[in-house]
Ligand binder design. Sequence first.
Ligand code: ADP
Ligand code: MG
Length: 331
Amino acid sequence: MSALLEITDLTVGYETAAGERVVLVDSVSLRLEEGEVLCLVGESGSGKSVTMLAALGLLPPALTIFDGSVKLRDELVGADDETLRRLRGAELGMVFQDPMTTLNPVRRVGTQIGRALAVHQHLDARTRKRRVVELLASVGIPQAAERARAYPHQWSGGMRQRAVIAMAMANDPAVLIADEPTTALDVTVQAQLMEVLAQARARSGAAMVLITHDLGLVAQYADRVAIMYAGRVVESGTVWQIFDDAAHPYTRGLQAGLLGQAGAGRAYAIPGSPPSPAKRTTGCGFAPRCEFAGKSGDCDTTVPPLVAALDGRALACPPALAVPLREDISA
Ligand code: ADP
Ligand code: MG
């Protein structure tokens, strides 16, 4: 079966004044099936946002797609602006970290959601107004009819993000892209907002790419998970395969952080930091931080290919493929 959204070998970056290519996202392939939640996970700077912005045709002007394909029914790489705009409103809903990147500060919230509706649906003014109020109520805005007349700055951060979710859902999109949707919010409202988003998605049956560094959210909401490191996908699988049986040393390092394996009260952090995109070398980007580097293969000289297994997992780590690391660690 063909996927709803299929990203194949997407490579994104920029060229320096000296004509050298700096690659930020390197041969990334992702599949999103009808109705599922795919979590994209990795440290800050690993290329999660750039991957999805490239897929949506929303890259900042400095960045270019060097290679690859993005299919949402039709091919999106190289599609004209008009096609991309139409798809973004009708088939794709987007929720970014900061609601003010989506909301216009000088327009009433209700007007903005109404406009999102008007661009893609032909509704008379009364029906449109009713839909706006319904949408705001569906994301838990009390007295929605009255509140719709307010400006974004009159709303709290959590309310604004609810409005963005309402706007993303306005045209009943097939795919939702949520990039760290709760990270900028007060911790006390993060869980609530995530639940609002999850419920909106579940009601509509949309598939979702959820970008997050929060493994708790992954455990709660993901069907499948793709782990990114230094611009590449290093491991992917179902949420159970990733949580119960992760093989990539980086994935296991992230999990050690979640489980607090450093001991009571101390958060574990993988020693070292990711290589900056301009300094990425030929080998595995994780090798300098990896306690298994060199166990087999040539981690320092060859970029490990992402190898797909029969059970649907994929792994870019020859030593982990060759050695049952889990037994090594527990021995
Ligand atoms: P993530 O979302 O995983 O935290 P990003 O996708 O935002 O990471 O960034 C990936 C890499 O691309 C980072 O090293 C970042 O500094 C770089 N980057 C992002 N946007 C630009 C840009 N406009 N110009 C140059 N480099 C960029
Ligand atoms: Mg990001």
